[in-house]
Design a protein around this ligand. Structure first.
Ligand SMILES: *[C@@H]1O[C@H](CO)[C@@H](O)[C@H](O)[C@H]1NC(C)=O
Ligand SMILES: *[C@@H]1O[C@H](CO)[C@@H](O)[C@H](O)[C@H]1NC(C)=O
Ligand SMILES: *[C@@H]1O[C@H](CO)[C@@H](O)[C@H](O)[C@H]1NC(C)=O
Ligand SMILES: *[C@@H]1O[C@H](CO)[C@@H](O)[C@H](O)[C@H]1NC(C)=O
Ligand SMILES: *[C@@H]1O[C@H](CO)[C@@H](O)[C@H](O)[C@H]1NC(C)=O
Ligand SMILES: *[C@@H]1O[C@H](CO)[C@@H](O)[C@H](O)[C@H]1NC(C)=O
Ligand SMILES: *[C@@H]1O[C@H](CO)[C@@H](O)[C@H](O)[C@H]1NC(C)=O
Ligand SMILES: *[C@@H]1O[C@H](CO)[C@@H](O)[C@H](O)[C@H]1NC(C)=O
Length: 552
């Protein structure tokens, strides 16, 4: 019985419902029940409505308070562009970036030579015991170009290195170290410009200082990397080691066993051993930092030697690591698999050497490379080397795949003698934007140098390989150029330092910052090939939307 009724209910559910409905309508008691419960339900729903509107009101009030009444945390108003001028000075090819006033905008450090500092900073060369004119270091706010500090640092500067870490107990987190032409050295706190330490020259005789200043691992265990200065004295190259935290010389001078060199480099082998590499008469020579330290102090060091490298050095008069074809012009560490590889530019070729075996991975010949290559990303997350083949009207820019040496992009781009180095900056799409200098009238250039040469800055992005943007023209003499991400996640800007070409003729020195996005929007579109996408304005808008990221 039950089963068949249930089955019927399942087959005709509506019919069953209808019957139940009829039964309910007839049931008076139930109706009364319903009537009694109605005021309770309506009171409840009114309550719910009130709660709803109250919470909405509170939400709106909170939004209102946050957005209008409580002021926003002060964001530094960073100017897209600014410019500062110094009269009757000369300047140097040096720019360093650091957030000095801690406003989260990168600030700029540079050097100029003058008789006294600018008017706001009442400082003269005599204050630091220099004769006039001397070299000043200045820190300039990246946000608005105001000068944060200025001070005399050397009579004549030979080497300068910023962002040198300092020991934790020194009170300074990083220092700029300036070595004078005569060998005196000074370390200043990057954040305040205060002297951290200061030493007269300890170099012998007529020694001339070779660039660059190398940072070697902490040898005297004081918590700061130490410094290595190479000098050329007659027919000998010497190394001097200085404590990075006090500037005191460690041991005496040590000979590197070569008669001349330039462009030395600190390289770490896969075994974690530090070697100083230096070009020597069309070969690559080297010495372990451990070996040099033990030679100058007579004490043991905890650093390592690389057995493989020691064997190479052992069999070849203690210093030769590699014979190269042609004189070595540039030597660079580049990221490789499991450590650093070496990029070597000689008068005949550019080659990538394995960082441990020193065996060539690839060689790119038939190129006259007279400038140090730079790195950037042409394909996403794949490093490329930018080389310049030739100079002047015959210059050609080539982008090579770092892992294979294959040409990715090449373009004739006539240059001028005083053009600054190219630059690259990573973009959010894991490629890089490239910045090249050349002269205006790049396309269909007449076969002669223009009368009033203008340095033009071009931007190239690999997503538009047929397009260059001419960002700006400069007719003044260019001394230094750098492009950097000024605010994390915000805008990229370039810094241009112009000044007299000769140090003997002081003149107007200017430093200017230009936001890259603004330059892109006012740029001239140069089409490298016929056709190509869109109209000019669409290209500008597209490239102005590029987002940049920091190097790391
Ligand atoms: C620099 O020289 C220019 C003219 O050449 C002059 O207008 C300007 O006032 C000078 N600036 C300073 C700080 O002396
Ligand atoms: C250097 O100081 C002198 C006097 O103190 C002043 O006349 C001169 O303009 C200053 N030079 C610069 C470049 O500021
Ligand atoms: C600059 O400093 C010197 C002494 O160091 C002082 O005699 C001179 O009055 C100062 N000038 C200004 C404008 O502060
Ligand atoms: C630049 O900004 C600082 C604060 O960050 C301010 O003290 C200074 O007056 C500004 N300078 C100029 C020239 O606007
Ligand atoms: C330095 O060089 C000059 C000439 O170049 C020479 O007369 C002088 O003796 C040298 N001094 C030393 C200490 O070698
Ligand atoms: C060769 O190198 C080894 C270390 O690998 C060293 O002990 C030895 O003294 C070197 N030989 C010479 C002749 O320098
Ligand atoms: C480099 O330039 C020279 C001379 O302009 C030219 O002969 C050579 O082919 C160029 N190399 C490459 C790889 O394009
Ligand atoms: C550079 O100068 C040339 C002529 O002097 C001009 O045609 C071109 O538009 C300028 N480029 C920019 C980006 O201002």
């Amino acid at each position: 019985m039950m089963d068949s009724k249930d089955l019927e209910a399942e087959i005709h559910p509506l019919k069953n419902e209808d019957r139940k409905l009829q039964e309910n309508q007839e049931n008076l008691a139930k109706k009364e029940d319903n009537l009694r419960s109605t005021p309770v339900q309506s009171r409840l729903s009114r309550c719910r409505t009130a709660v709803f509107f109250l919470s909405l009101f509170i939400c709106l009030l909170v939004v209102f308070v946050i957005s209008f009444i409580i002021p926003c945390p002060e964001r530094p108003a960073s100017q897209g562009s600014w410019r500062i001028d110094y009269n009757t000075t000369v300047t140097y090819d040096f720019l360093a970036m650091e957030d000095i006033n801690r406003d989260r905008v990168q600030d700029v450090l540079f050097l100029y030579k003058s008789t006294n500092s600018s008017n706001d900073f009442n400082q003269s060369c005599a204050d630091e015991g220099f004769s006039s004119p001397c070299t000043f270091m200045a820190a300039v706010s990246g946000a608005n170009g105001s000068i944060l500090w200025e001070r005399p640092t050397a009579q004549d500067v030979a080497l300068v290195e910023c962002a040198v870490p300092q020991p934790r107990d020194s009170g300074a987190s990083s220092a700029c170290i300036v070595v004078g032409r005569r060998g005196s050295s000074i370390a200043v706190d990057s954040f305040t410009g205060q002297t951290l330490w200061n030493h007269p020259s300890s170099l012998g005789g007529n020694a001339s200082i070779l660039s660059p200043l190398l940072q070697v691992p902490d040898l005297n265990a004081d918590g700061a990397p130490d410094l290595l200065v190479l000098t050329q004295d007659g027919k000998e190259v010497h190394g001097y080691i200085y404590s990075g935290s006090t500037g005191h010389q460690i041991g005496h001078q040590g000979s590197l066993g070569v008669d001349e060199t330039s462009g030395s480099l600190l390289h770490v082998t896969r075994a974690g051993a530090h070697y100083i590499l230096f070009p020597c008469a069309s070969s690559l020579c080297g010495q372990s930092v451990k070996g040099l330290y033990e030679k100058v102090t007579g004490r043991d060091s905890t650093l390592r030697r690389d057995p493989g490298w020691e064997d190479m050095l052992n069999t070849t008069a203690h210093r030769l690591l590699l014979h190269s074809s042609g004189a070595i012009r540039y030597l660079m560490n580049v990221p490789g698999k499991g450590g650093e590889d070496l990029l070597l530019v000689t008068s005949e070729a550019c080659m990538l050497l394995d960082g441990q075996e020193l065996s060539p991975k690839w060689t790119f010949s038939a190129a006259q490379i007279l400038r140090k290559p730079i790195l950037g990303h042409y394909k996403p997350d794949t490093l490329a080397v930018v080389i310049e083949n030739g100079t002047g009207i015959d210059r050609q820019i080539l982008l090579l795949d770092l892992s294979t040496g294959a040409v990715l992009w090449s373009q004739a781009l006539p240059g001028l003698a005083g053009d600054p180095q190219s630059a690259s900056l990573p973009t959010a799409d894991h490629r890089s934007a490239f910045f090249f200098w050349g002269f205006h009238e790049l396309i269909g250039a007449t076969q002669m140098e223009p009368r009033d040469p203008q340095h033009s800055l071009y931007l190239f992005h690999p997503t538009l390989p047929g397009i260059l943007l001419e960002l700006t023209n400069i007719s003044a003499n260019m001394v230094a150029f750098q492009v950097a991400l000024f605010e994390p996640g915000r805008h990229a800007a370039c810094i241009l330092l112009t000044g007299p070409a000769s140090p003997d003729q002081p003149g107007l020195v200017s430093m200017a910052k230009h936001k890259v996005q603004d330059l892109v929007l006012s740029s001239r579109v140069v089409r490298l090939a016929d056709g190509g996408p869109d109209d000019d304005q669409a290209i500008r808008v597209r490239l102005s939307r590029l987002r940049y990221r920091s190097e790391t």
